[in-house]
Design a protein around this ligand. Structure first.
Ligand code: CMC
Length: 358
């Protein structure tokens, strides 16, 4: 039995494939590097959704998402006052609950469009600012940054965020995607399946790591402290955030894409140089200490630097991850629904038997 289902194949999918030995992520027949930075979030969403829903091409998806963002905005306004005391990811969970499967907007479009509207509103609310209404004419990345800031972002920033959203859009049967598919298999519907996916993403072993990556860089603070800090953390039995992966045995290809993106954002130049030093030291120390398991940099390490350079607060990093991943969750829900069988594995009972057992 595999406690973490490590090598268990639990679904067939035509959406994406993670080759952990080669360090390759294939999305619908394309290597990630062919898509990220070259195709928009809308184009890759339409690639994921084609054959599963009436998705149309990139432009059709862009129009549909723009209109659906506008439709989702009143929900953000209505539920914001109820989010007091919740963390951003908890507030996002609350707002997604305001969406209905009975909406006339197709479920995959609704959840994908709502995500940036909600995350922007939540982010502004924690700074005491009123939400900014969506602009249906913009793409998701440009409108998300505009709704966050109340003013247009630069083309370089929009391109960086768009590249990030594509980089995290889908990733095989990761914990949140599997969760979404399990819920979809009960025929619970798109909204409930996506909320379940978000709940799985929340944990630090999955989508909650990039905030702690920045905490780590802040605590290390200076080059002389890098090695002693990392050694101490490992001596204390801690995990280094942004390193290691269940599937990759070589470097996560998403880390390289995002490292390149981070370098294009001048705001983070010193930080990126320092992070580079921390990364090199961490990899050397992990190689010395964890000889049984090749541990490499994962997507979260450079996610942290890209999102920080875009002036996003670290508490919102997990919700921002969801702004990209939601298109993949939605595709998996559609794929599950198209050839559904209730996902219902067995457990092996290791508890005591009743006294009268035969
Ligand atoms: N720092 C230190 N040691 C580690 C780390 C790490 N980041 N990751 C794994 N190990 C060690 C672990 O302690 C164990 O060592 P030992 O055999 O001496 O006990 C060995 O590697 C194997 O660990 P495991 O728990 O069997 O590995 P896993 O496949 O369950 O872990 C992971 C995958 C991502 C949960 C883990 O690497 C981790 O906790 N990383 C830090 C959190 C993080 O960066 N999460 C984001 C993951 S990428 C986003 C995504 O795709 O979801």
């Amino acid at each position: 039995m595999s406690v973490g289902l490590d090598d268990v194949v639990a679904a067939e999918t035509a959406l994406s494939h993670v080759d952990g030995e080669a360090g390759r992520l294939i999305i619908r027949g394309f290597d990630l590097e062919e898509l990220a930075g070259r195709q928009s979030f809308e184009a890759v969403s339409s690639l994921l959704w084609r054959d599963l829903a009436a998705a149309g091409d990139a432009m059709a998806v862009r129009h549909a998402l723009g209109a659906a963002r506008v439709a989702a905005f009143p929900i953000a306004e209505r539920l914001l006052p109820m989010s007091a005391g919740l963390s951003p990811v908890e507030a996002l969970r609350l707002m997604l609950s305001g969406l209905s499967d009975a909406s006339p907007i197709p479920g995959h479009v609704l959840v994908t469009a709502a995500m940036p509207v909600f995350v922007a509103a939540i982010t502004r609310h924690r700074d005491g600012l009123a939400p900014v209404a969506p602009d249906a004419a913009l793409g998701q990345a440009a409108d998300f940054l505009r709704m966050l800031r109340g003013q247009a972002a630069s083309p370089a920033e929009i391109h960086a965020l768009d590249t990030y959203l594509v980089t995290v859009i889908d990733h095989g049967l990761n914990a949140s995607t599997f969760t979404a598919r399990v819920v979809a298999s009960t025929r619970a519907g798109m909204v409930s399946s996506v909320i379940a996916g978000l709940c799985a993403l929340k944990g630090p072993l999955h989508g909650g790591a990039p905030g702690p990556v920045l905490d780590m860089l802040d605590e290390i603070a200076t080059p002389e402290r890098i090695r002693p800090w990392l050694e101490q953390a490992l001596d204390n039995g801690e995990r280094l955030m942004g390193f290691g992966h269940r599937v990759y045995r070589v470097r996560d290809p998403r880390a390289d894409v995002l490292k390149h993106v981070a370098a294009t954002l001048r705001a983070g130049a010193n930080r990126i140089q320092f992070a580079d030093e921390v990364e090199r030291a961490a990899l050397a120390i992990l190689a010395e200490r964890k000889r049984s398991r090749p541990l490499q940099t994962n997507v979260e390490f450079y996610t942290a630097l890209v999102l920080e350079a875009l002036a996003l607060p670290r508490e919102t990093f997990t919700p921002v991850f969801a702004v990209g991943r939601v298109a993949g969750w939605a595709a998996h829900v559609l794929e599950q629904e198209a050839a559904n069988r209730l996902i219902r594995p067995q457990s092996r009972y290791v508890g005591p038997l009743p006294k009268r057992a035969a």
